[in-house]
Every structure is written in structure tokens, then in C-alpha cells.
Design a protein around this ligand. Structure first.
Ligand code: HEC
Length: 171
């Protein structure tokens, strides 16, 4: 590839990034106005999600989940008190998430939140019985509820910087 051509590519790349930066950083109003358009998350919704992800991280590389639960369930170093504390936080978060989607009458999302809460019941039971395997299984149930809801209701909205929205219509 000749030098002038390389130079042109750099200029092109720069102008594209300037153009993107100049765009509205919020979800464009035109998109928000369309029926079934993703709803921007509220700060409370995002806070519950971020709290979730310190406990169970689900959007990683597709291997084991990371987060405080995995740490507390390390073989030989189990900390069931810490698991119970995380379970309480997850329970509060799932209740908030369920209420959010119930308010919008979105049945499958409510069910995902309920199945997460069921996972929390199993997690608490296992932590009280101090069984690591049971707690790890419950962790998986919880992570699956996060993933299923994300697949169905988490939409990437094209903005700069990138933003996600909540699919509230049509399901
Ligand atoms: C019933 C649906 C539902 C469940 C259950 C759910 N999420 Fe979410 N989550 C969403 C939606 C929709 C978004 C998109 C909005 C957003 O990105 O803020 C989201 C966004 C997120 C984000 C990004 C938050 C941000 O900073 O904006 C994280 C992190 C996250 N979820 C983690 C989790 C984890 C971990 C769990 C399980 C313990 C979980 N979520 C369970 C629907 C759900």
C-alpha cells in the first residue's frame, strides 16, 4: 500500500471519528419517539444492574462467571456469610427489576426476574447448609436469568459513546 493511500485512510478515519463525536450523545429523539423503541434505563435501573454485576458477572468471555460470589465459593476458602450477604443484595435487586418490568407489563422479563429470585432462594438455602456445590448451581441459575433477560430486552442503541436501552414493546 503506497504512502499517500495510507495517509488518506488516516484522514478518513479521523473525519469519521470527528463526525461521530459531533453527534447527539443521547438516544436520538427520533428513535425514542418510534413505537417499540428502546427506553433509556433510569439511574436506579442501572445502579441495580451494576450492583448485580459486582456479585455475578455475566457478560465476560463466556467462561466461568466472576464476581464476589465466585470468590466466596473458592474451594477450601468458602465464605458462606459473604454469600448470604450477596444473596440479600441480589434479592433486593431482582425485586426492583421485577417491579420495573411489571409496571410496563412485560411478562417474560418479569419471569426472568422471578427465576433469578428463585436462584437466590436456592443460593440462600445452600449457603445456610454450607454446601458449595448447591451454591454454585444456584449461581448458574441466577446468571442464566441475567443472560436470558439481556438477550431478550437489552438493546444496543447506536450513540457515541455507546449506550444500551431497554426493549419494552412488542414481546
Ligand atoms: C428482567 C431483565 C433483566 C435481568 C433479570 C437482568 N438484567 Fe441486566 N440489564 C437488563 C437490561 C434491559 C439492560 C439494558 C440497560 C442498560 O444497559 O443500562 C441491562 C443492563 C445491565 C448492565 C449494564 C448497566 C449499565 O451500566 O448501564 C449490567 C452490568 C447488567 N445488566 C448486569 C446484570 C446481572 C449481573 C444480572 C443478574 C444478576 C442482570 N443484569 C439481570 C435487563 C435485565
Amino acid at each position: 500500500m503506497g504512502r499517500p493511500f495510507c495517509g488518506l485512510l488516516v484522514v478518513l478515519a479521523l473525519s469519521v471519528s470527528v463526525a461521530i463525536r459531533a453527534q447527539d450523545r443521547e438516544i436520538p429523539r427520533g428513535i425514542q419517539a418510534q413505537p417499540g423503541a428502546p427506553e433509556p434505563p433510569t439511574p436506579a435501573f442501572q445502579a441495580a444492574m451494576q450492583s448485580n454485576s459486582t456479585i455475578v458477572t455475566v457478560d465476560g468471555g463466556g467462561t466461568v462467571t466472576t464476581g464476589t460470589l465466585t470468590k466466596s465459593l473458592t474451594v477450601g476458602k468458602e465464605d458462606f456469610e459473604a454469600v448470604l450477604k450477596d444473596a440479600r443484595t441480589l434479592r433486593e435487586n431482582f425485586a426492583k427489576i421485577e417491579a420495573f418490568f411489571a409496571q410496563r407489563n412485560i411478562k417474560d422479563a418479569v419471569e426472568f426476574a422471578e427465576s433469578g429470585a428463585k436462584g437466590v432462594d436456592e443460593l440462600e438455602k445452600a449457603a445456610n447448609a454450607k454446601t458449595r456445590a448447591g451454591a454454585a448451581r444456584a449461581q448458574l441459575t441466577i446468571a442464566m436469568s441475567c443472560r436470558r433477560c439481556h438477550l431478550a430486552h437489552r438493546a444496543h442503541v447506536l450513540t457515541y459513546p455507546l449506550k444500551y436501552g431497554i426493549i419494552v414493546g412488542g414481546v
